[in-house]
Every structure is written in structure tokens, then in C-alpha cells.
Design a protein around this ligand. Structure first.
Ligand SMILES: [Zn+2]
Length: 299
């Protein structure tokens, strides 16, 4: 038996999954907190600890492992994370370091939204639709997207393709950490929408409601902004479908009537691609990472 291992190294948790090579079924899964404030070396030792524990518990030997993939929370170029929200990972020689620590050569690295899109395309929504190209949008503490073109991840020349969260919309001139104003992440990520509503919609009302509550309270407004942004990706790429992931995507109300909101912003309105909820559990990032060696990317 051969196996694929995938990690999702996020800002809050690190997850490892083991897939059986042929069936691509998850046979093992474990998650630990990232504790990014404790630094880069601590993340490496958590990755290593998860690896040793997984082999011990499953009785799989390193020889049975085909490859190990890593989903990283940022733009990945030449297997180095060049920009992202977990800054302790930026610019670090993570491949070299992990090859040494894990004593394993065949390692792959990719942006987490790209891994999410790949997992859904291959084993989730895309499998059912027999799709060839798709867009996966993650709506959570940030906003990102991954593109699949002809069944392969497309991450661009510099690994920055799909940064939909930093395409500006018309808004209130809110400053983004990237240096621009009105990036869509400032309106559509959980923390972004919360501060937008508190500052511009509720104005002087005192409120400490969570992002989740505010999104359900102002769902019409949220969906209107989201629909415009989704329409932009459809006008640009014309994918077979758009799939939503991340914490916010679990809300069923998001999908009701979303297509009708998207349609007026499309260049061709007759046949819009479906906008769907993710099918794979919240392990899509690590599952996609495990698949990286099998579906090599296109660039
Ligand atoms: Zn920005």
C-alpha cells in the first residue's frame, strides 16, 4: 500500500492527513494549534511531531509514503512563502529544513486556497460535475482564491495568482495592510466585514456582535458585495463552477439567490456557472496538499 501525506499550516492550526494513494480516502487525521507567536522553529517541530505520531499510530513506514504536501497561508514561489498572514514563515527555507527534519525528500508546497481548490476539483464538487476549470474562494479570517485550469493548479509566474482579496471594490477608502485602499478582503473577510459594518453601517451604535452575527444580520449587504466579486472572477476566467470554502461559507443563507445577484454583473448572462458550497469537510486544505504530487501544477 502507498500513501499520500498532506499538511495544512494555518495561522491558528496545523493539520496532517494521510490518504490512501489509490482511493484517496482519508485514513488518519490530526490537528494541533499553530501558536505562531512561538516562532518558525516551533512550527517545524510541530510538523515533525505530527509526522512521527502519525507513522507510529498507523504503522506506516517512510518507504510507503509517496510524497508529502504542505498548504501554506500565503503566496508560494519556488517553495518559499513570500507573503502571507503567518509572517514567521515568510522567506524561510522551509523545504530544506523539513527535508532534514522529516528525513524525507519528496516535499511539495502550495498556497492554501490553491490546495482547497484542487481538493474540491478532484474529490469534491468538481468530481461530480466532471469539471475542467474552477475557482475556489475562501471566506474566513482572510479572503483568498485558487484557480484550476485544465485540471491543474494555476498559481502564476510569481505564485500570486488568485489574490482576489486584494482586488479593490468601490467603497469607503478603507486602508489595507497591502498598501491599497478598499481591497475586497476588507469587506468580505469575517474581521473585515465586522469593522466595515461597525464603522459605516451601524455608525455610532455601540455593538460588540461577532462577525458571524453581523454577517447573518446584514446578509443582504454581504451577499451583494460578494456577488460583484464573484462576477468579476467569472467574467475573467469563465470557470465550470465557483466553490466557496472557509468559515463563512458554512452559512446556508449565503447560497440562496446568490446566482441571481451575480447575474446582472456578468458580461454574458444566459448561462452562469453554478456557485456551490464546498463538499469536502474543513480538511480540504490538507487533502489538496496531499494531492499536490499527483496533480502537478500548470505555469
Ligand atoms: Zn489589500
Amino acid at each position: 500500500m502507498k500513501y499520500l501525506i498532506g499538511y495544512d499550516i494555518g495561522g491558528t492550526k496545523i493539520e496532517l492527513v494521510i490518504l490512501e494513494f489509490k482511493s484517496k480516502k482519508i485514513i488518519y487525521k490530526k490537528r494541533v494549534p499553530t501558536e505562531r507567536e512561538r516562532g518558525y522553529r516551533n512550527i517545524l517541530s510541530k510538523v515533525s511531531g505530527l509526522f512521527r505520531e502519525a507513522l507510529l499510530k498507523t504503522q506506516i513506514t517512510p518507504k510507503q509514503i509517496n510524497s508529502i504536501g504542505f498548504a501554506l497561508p500565503g503566496s508560494v514561489q519556488n517553495e518559499i512563502m513570500i507573503r502571507g498572514n503567518t509572517q514567521v514563515l515568510e522567506g524561510k527555507p522551509i523545504k530544506k529544513d523539513l527535508q532534514k527534519i522529516l528525513r524525507f525528500k519528496s516535499l511539495y508546497f502550495e498556497n492554501d486556497a490553491n490546495c482547497f481548490a484542487l481538493a474540491e476539483h478532484t474529490l469534491g464538487v468538481g468530481k461530480r460535475l466532471k469539471a475542467r476549470s474552477s475557482v475556489g474562494i475562501i471566506l474566513g479570517t482572510g479572503m483568498g482564491s485558487g484557480m484550476i485550469i485544465a485540471d491543474k493548479i494555476f498559481s502564476g509566474k510569481r505564485g500570486t495568482a488568485g489574490e482576489i482579496g486584494h482586488i479593490p471594490i468601490s467603497g469607503h477608502s478603507i486602508k489595507c495592510y497591502c498598501g491599497q485602499k478598499d481591497c475586497s478582503e476588507l469587506y468580505l473577510s469575517g474581521p473585515g466585514f465586522k469593522s466595515y459594518v461597525q464603522k459605516y453601517i451601524q455608525k455610532h451604535a455601540k455593538s460588540d456582535e461577532s462577525a458571524e452575527i453581523l454577517i447573518s444580520k446584514y446578509k443582504g449587504l454581504y451577499k451583494k458585495i460578494l456577488a460583484k466579486q464573484i462576477a468579476a472572477t467569472i467574467n475573467f476566467l469563465d470557470p465550470d463552477y465557483v466553490v466557496l470554502g472557509g468559515g463563512i461559507s458554512r452559512n446556508h443563507f449565503l447560497y440562496k439567490g446568490l446566482n441571481q445577484l451575480v447575474r446582472p454583473h456578468l458580461f454574458v448572462r444566459k448561462s452562469a456557472p453554478p456557485i456551490l458550497k464546498h463538499k469536502i469537510s474543513d480538511s480540504a486544505g490538507s487533502v489538496g496538499a496531499a494531492l499536490l504530487a499527483v496533480y502537478r501544477k500548470k505555469n
